[in-house]
Design a protein around this ligand. Sequence first.
Ligand SMILES: [Zn+2]
Length: 391
Amino acid sequence: MTALGAPRMIQDRALRPNTKVLPEHIRLNNRTLVLQTLYRTGLQSRADLARETGLTRVTVSDLISELMGENLVIELGQRQESRPGKPATLLDINRAAFQIISLDLSGHTRLRGAVLSLDGAVLSSSGLDLAGARGEAAFDKVAELLAQVIARATAPILGVGIGSPGIVDRAGVVRNAPNLGWRDQPLQARLQDTTGLPVRVVNDANAAVLAEHSFGGADHDLLLVKVGHGVGAGLLIGGRAIFGERFAAGEIGHVVVGTDDGPLCACGKSGCLEAWLSVPRLTAAIHDATAAAATPADAERAIFDILSEAGRRLGIILAPVVGALNLLEIVLSGPPELLDGALSAATVETLRSRTMATETGDLTLRMTAQGEDIVLRGAAVMVLSAQLGVS
Ligand SMILES: [Zn+2]
């Protein structure tokens, strides 16, 4: 139907397509294309949008009327033109018309929540101590925090995004989250019932990788390693989050590193990545080494060794993944005082020495700039993507 619409669909097509493209799909695709273009670039005229998307002027005008009717797009005055003639009217997403509610359930002791703008800025944030709650009591805490955050919104709510630890399926059922005592918890459906709002639940590391993609300038292929109470990863390939056959893609925390055993892990195996790298393990090891050191210089050396070894173990786990997927961008999320230094230096060195220099020569490993709001912002991306098709 359009110059740009058609190739996009071909590019996104699965290897063995099994559904035909219907006219309503094409209309939805075009509508999303217009919204996405406005979301990323802002302030465009109808003519700009037609040029940018490859859609006809008529199609663009028609879609804009529809989107203005839904209060999703607004006119923002006229462009200052030097040329004679009628100046073009500038359009943008109506960025103040809606807000997004996000929850981050990945903290070990504290749940976090926030009201965000459509641009992913945190407008107000709240928290609630988990106080050891598990199972149904943990669900009640989540519902209580959600009600608090919803009450703080100052514009209609586009939807609710939630980043949960553990394994989360496509229907937002938390299949397994030991820290919260959840098994097959239908979190998305239950919270949708209680709030009457559209809710999206996703694994916390998958949320984090979406935040990096939308707000961190990451492009198509990206691996994000989230180090906290546990260790998990989010993977984005060709601009798509990868969830895996059993929704556990990126669960590298309980993969054993090497064949030389290592510290005993909570799961019963020895030498899991998490046993080397999680924040409680690193903090405890540093604490013990500092207490045992005779001088501050000894303590510093011991801490350097602990962080370097953890970084080396991470590099060993990531090397085959980086090689297999030809990844060039790895992002770390977690406490910078632990990750940003000896640890990340050892990871890069290990990755370089264990992969083909020709394929991974430009490999970069960096800390995320999203800070501790990364899961909240990523959960908001889930809502934007589900409700508006933009990210
Ligand atoms: Zn383990």
